[in-house]
Design a protein around this ligand. Structure first.
Ligand code: FMN
Length: 170
């Protein structure tokens, strides 16, 4: 599968089969995160792989009861381990770095036939308590990972001319 096909066809999955994810597939997905670019190549991130069912349920609760999160056999919780680094452009490096790694994982998962759903609606404090995440570490995102139990949803996106301009901001 080429990259644009994965980008075109992937959609968020909100229903999962209980079928386990093969270890070699999980490793490939984590390798996609490991190889992602990061500011100054600092790689200040940690990905927590949660398989325990009770913990997954707690994470779903921390995510405002989005119960499909616990349906998947794995939840990946993506953290930035150095939240103080700010790039010269003023953006915190960790949100950008961790988000790129999550995007790469999501695309790699899709190529392997696995579903994901970026989860940004969660209580960070509660999530950190559940997973023993140290105070200085930030949780940027989580995603369930498993075999989809729903058909792919269609894409609704703005057109290119709505989001692109040339030479100057318009
Ligand atoms: C930063 C971010 C946060 C998101 N948070 C949630 C979430 O908490 N729950 C959810 O069901 N989907 C969440 N999504 C998924 C978006 O709703 C979804 O990507 C968007 O509607 C486009 O649909 P698609 O992923 O199927 O192409 C999030 C996506 C992003 C990028």
């Amino acid at each position: 599968m080429d990259v644009i096909t994965a980008i075109r066809q992937r959609s968020s999955v909100r229903a999962y089969k209980s079928t386990d994810v093969e270890e070699d597939k999980l490793k490939k997905i984590l390798e996609a995160a490991r190889l992602s670019p990061s500011a100054s190549n600092r790689q200040e991130w940690k990905f927590i792989i949660v398989k325990n069912k009770e913990t997954r349920k707690k994470l779903a609760k921390a995510a405002f009861g989005q119960s499909f999160i616990a349906e998947a056999p794995i939840v990946i919780v993506a953290c930035g381990t150095e939240s103080k680094s700010v790039m010269a452009c003023g953006q915190p490096a960790y949100t950008v770095d961790v988000s790129i790694a999550c995007s790469f994982m999501i695309l790699q998962a899709y190529e392997l036939g696995l579903g994901t759903c970026w989860i940004g609606a969660f209580k960070e404090d509660e999530t950190k308590k559940i997973l023993n995440v140290p105070e200085h570490v930030r949780v940027v995102a989580m995603t369930p990972l498993g075999y989809p139990d729903e058909p792919p949803s269609g894409k609704s996106r703005k057109s290119l001319n709505q989001i692109v301009c040339y030479e100057k901001y318009e």
